[in-house]
Design a binder for this molecule. Structure first.
Ligand SMILES: Nc1nc2c(ncn2[C@@H]2O[C@H](COP(=O)(O)OP(=O)(O)OP(=O)(O)O)[C@@H](O)[C@H]2O)c(=O)[nH]1
Ligand SMILES: [Mg+2]
Length: 435
């Protein structure tokens, strides 16, 4: 080492280009330089190349280390997506689905461009005709001059399997029209994350500028209900004489339906199913007039129409009865024959009526606020859990703690207290300071 270097250890700038959010790589490089005896200056994330040059000159560094792991990916991708490039849209959704490095920054960057699309959820039991109907809905939207994004969610198979493939085949009316962008998403073994991924994919389609977004998912349980919560309007399909009504009551799907669709109305029993649904809704409102009307509060809307005399007006009749804050939406009931496209027109009008209703009553704002609150909380839960996993690893792994619990040296409560200690102290200190 020269005399000069003895006085001053070698200065190294570790820089991180772009916005890919993968700061691990930069940290590894920085640590390695530091361990090798360098003086390390770290640029922080998200640096543009010009900023790095400036920092290197100003800091008078001897060495420059750059972490460029897909570093220039994000700005380009987002720009392309916003410029209307469907392949960029597809890649962004892939990153979202795979939770690929940098997906968070992508979704963050999308947020300011969202808020214009109307989102419809279509759910119902397997084979009830969701994909066939979604295809026809997309076609009708296109006829009305609107662009469409479809997300077909398959919560059951951990891989992109048969059902999703079938969905694509049944959504073939608009083949060749990129303004109908159909995307399949599967659970990949993580149901909890699927609803977040779906909501994020909706943001991508919204930011892209799709006017209408449809989410199709099987209505089977809580996870699917969560998936469909990303929608502003939820349609639940009930095939005739399926006995599904009772099942749906149990599954809590009644509560999330804004519109009931008795699809396959060409089959026997459609009238009876409409009647059952109507009775179910009336019963619910009678039994519990305050809490009974599901997510949209108490009854007071119009009598659900049965779809027989489907003029758009009858589906939209709700608006006439809106009286200030207390007016609520009673689910409409419509009949469709998805295979022939019958009733699709009226169904779109019913969606529009619901959207207008929630906007007019201020419910839309409320729902949006609640959705974001839930989103923040979900992210916090996931992030905090991730951090705590790292802390467990740092301290030797969960097995060490389990050994101690088994040996009665400690207990799960004490372990949790211990691991959460630093966080709790920090929070307590802050609230103390503010008092
Ligand atoms: N008769 C009749 N058959 C229909 C109608 N709509 C859909 N089908 C048929 O029902 C079957 C299932 O339709 P899909 O659209 O795949 O149903 P799905 O709800 O998307 O099914 P999964 O995604 O597997 O849960 C297909 O054979 C359709 O052709 C309808 O209105 N009438
Ligand atoms: Mg389907």
């Amino acid at each position: 080492m020269s005399a000069d270097q003895k006085q001053r250890s070698i200065r190294c700038l570790v820089a991180k280009v772009g916005l890919d959010g993968h700061d691990r790589g930069a940290h590894v490089i920085a640590r390695a330089f530091r361990d090798a005896g360098f003086e390390v200056i770290y640029s922080g994330l998200h640096k543009a190349p010009e900023e790095i040059v400036q920092a290197a000159v100003q800091e008078d560094v001897d060495v420059l280390g750059i972490s460029i792991l897909s570093g220039d990916d994000r700005p380009e991708l987002i720009d392309d997506l916003l410029a209307g490039d469907h392949r960029a849209l597809a890649r962004v959704i892939t990153k979202i689905e795979n939770r690929a490095p940098g997906y968070r920054e992508l979704v963050s960057a999308l947020h300011e461009h969202t808020g214009d699309a109307a989102v419809v959820g279509v759910t119902g039991s397997p084979g009830s005709g969701k994909s066939t109907l979604v295809d026809k809905l997309a076609e009708e939207y296109r006829d009305r001059g609107l662009t469409v994004g479809v997300i077909a969610v398959d919560p059951s198979s951990p891989y992109t399997g048969g059902a999703v493939l079938g969905d694509r085949i049944r959504m073939a009316s608009t083949v060749g029209d990129m303004d109908v962008f159909v995307r399949s998403m599967s659970a990949r073994g993580n149901l909890g994350g699927l609803s977040t991924a779906t909501a994020d994919a909706v943001k991508a389609l919204d930011a892209f500028g799709k006017d209408r977004i449809i989410i199709e998912t099987v209505g089977a349980g809580q996870n699917e209900i969560d998936v469909v919560r990303a929608a502003d309007t939820v349609a639940v399909l009930v095939p005739p004489s399926s006995g599904d009504t009772v099942q749906m009551l149990k599954a809590g799907i009644l509560e999330i339906a804004d519109v009931f669709v008795v699809n396959k109305a060409d089959l026997d029993g459609a009238d009876r199913t409409v009647k059952e649904l109507r009775e179910m809704i009336e019963l619910r409102d009678d039994v519990n007039p305050v809490l009974g009307a599901g997510k949209h509060g108490p009854g007071g809307g119009p009598t659900p129409n049965d779809g027989d005399d489907e003029s758009p007006k009858s589906a939209a009749g709700t608006l006439d009865t809106v009286e200030g804050e207390e007016a609520t939406w009673t689910p409409s009931i419509l009949e469709t024959v998805a295979t022939r496209g019958e009733g699709v027109d009226a169904l779109l009008d019913a969606f529009a009526a619901h959207r207008e209703h929630v906007a007019a009553t201020g419910r839309a704002d409320e729902i949006e606020r609640r959705r974001y609150a839930e989103e923040i909380r979900t992210l916090l839960r996931d992030d905090a859990a991730g951090l705590l996993e790292r802390e467990i690893e740092r301290r030797g792994g969960i097995d060490e703690f389990v050994d101690a619990v088994v040996a009665r040296e400690t207990d799960p409560y004490e372990v949790a207290d211990d691991l959460l200690g630093p966080l709790r102290e920090c929070v307590e200190e802050r609230s103390h300071d503010e008092d």
